[in-house]
Design a protein around this ligand. Sequence first.
Ligand code: 5U1
Length: 666
Amino acid sequence: MTIQQQIEQLRKQINEHNYQYYVLDDPLITDSEYDRLFRQLQQLEKDHPEYLTPDSPTQRIGAAPLAEFSQVTHHIPMLSLDNAFDDTEFTAFYRRVLERLNTPEIEYACEPKLDGLAVSLHYEDGHLVRAATRGDGYIGEDITQNVRTIRAIPLQLRGNDYPSLLEIRGEVFMPKSSFNALNERASQAGEKLFANPRNAAAGSLRQLDSNITAERHLSFYCYGLGAVAWEPWPWQTHSETLAQLKQWGIRVNELSQVAKSFEECCQYYQSLMQQRASLSYDIDGVVFKVNSYALQQTLGFVSRAPRWAVAYKFPAEEEMTELLDVDFQVGRTGTLTPVARLKPVFVGGATVSNATLHNMDEIARKDIKIGDTVIVRRAGDVIPEVVSAILSRRPSDARDIVLPLKCPVCDSEVLRVAGEAAARCTGGLVCSAQRKEGIKHFAGRKAMDIEGLGDKLIEQLVQVNLLHTVADIYQLDVLKLASLDRMAMKSAQNVMDAIEKSKSTTLAKFIYALGIREVGEATAKSLAKELGSLEAVQQASEEALQEIADIGPIVAAHIHHFFQQPHNVDVVQALLKAGIHWPQEVKGEQSQSLQGKTYVLTGTLQRMTREQAKERLEAKGATVSGSVSKQTTAVIAGAAAGSKLTKAEQLGVAILGEEDLLKLLD
Ligand code: 5U1
């Protein structure tokens, strides 16, 4: 084979793998194999520059920075979309369309509404020749150099049966993982953070230096067409067009679907709202488009938006409100968390009047003061947080947020350890807040699992001095419980039964329940498995603890310190005396209970890294694979799980959450 043929073959292979990865979401090779092919091509092109072409997959970056963006006219204007903000508005849209068309039902193409930036891509004879922003819909900016760096956008179309001019329209966006990595880098460099992936995507697309855009890892989904050279266009519906564009290598959102009734549209909306938090990119609603082009034409446009489409928005996850005051909440380990007291605001589908400010470093970094107008975010099940302050609205009497010198609950000294973001109350068990939180943790589902001993009851019991330490739980009796407000004999007996039941546990759950700093469920399990007994854990030196997987010097120091404290030793003794017991752990033993099963891990797990989960599944005999197929036993999906989760749904593969994973590993 000649050098030129080798180069051409490599380009073809790389383009094919891009297609498998981005469009079909079904990579055939590992990242390292892909990189190897890529480097091979780079080397050949370096040695033989005479064969370099602008279409080569290696030629996505490297253009000289621009002085300014030039203007591009959209010959077919880039329209905007009408919004429906609630059920009533969407129903009104749906009815209007049926009435205008005088039909009982029609078909809709449904797609996620990405929170990104609309772009137009011009392909001439299959080559990407120009990319432009939407601008005002009529004139945009030429961002070709930047768009060429986006790997999800092909530089060349697949096949050869495409129109000589094909204008693709779609959304450029920043995946959540790229956004987090970008802000992590900015934070480490002491630079200003981006407020959300949309702003970050906008900032990245409008870089005059495309090398910067390339580092930002943007992505793309197509949602329609602009100008095309074929007249008439051979496909009758939007969904057929998307299927064809996919064949040409254009990335179409895998969640796109056709709905045949109002109910199906509503189901699609609800289903996407549920998946929203676990997607790997931000969406802010669903776009419904009349599927038939003929019907779209009948409906036409009103001002700059089509009558045949609507963006049915999800409840906003960010809203503005006023920061009225800041309180400090004391946690189980004494950490003082600043909590914003807000003018109540409806956000993410609920009214929010409190939101976390995380810690004093975050407050300083975000420059937030009492009296500020702030942006509050409530996304999915995540605790509402104050994202930023709107400095232009800062009142002249805005006040600094000051860390108290004394614990607001027990008046003990508050300390900030150098190098740690958190400030802590030094009161330990003297502090009723720490005691309450420690007892709540102990009784919690993942710890001793005492059903009925909930937060409110624990607060009451600490208040009336019936609980000082967790060991006191086992000194309660029905009469003491029944003496409390709103506690009937029957409920008191139920709680007593649950307390009795909790005495039979596992060593791992017991260690976790003790609430040692930085010892989560996974670490507690490793301790139990590796050391085999409570005595061994209590007596282990810091060095011995560090021998255990995932335990570093800090965690080892916390564990060692915990068991050096006489009051902790007393509590542990009292608990054992009360009759808490567990089956003997067999040190280091691992059953092969998952032999023959294949799992795929996706998204972010809270209690362990994916690597740790992989190791532990494999230790039980399971195979952990990188891609989903019909042979997959189950997909284990953490937060922000994306295409693998979707694929599992499409193939009908079982989907497990992190709780299920812990059960499998237990
Ligand atoms: N998914 C999707 N987003 N989006 C945005 N489809 C879609 N269509 C649009 C826009 C502005 O406009 C066409 C309906 C004209």
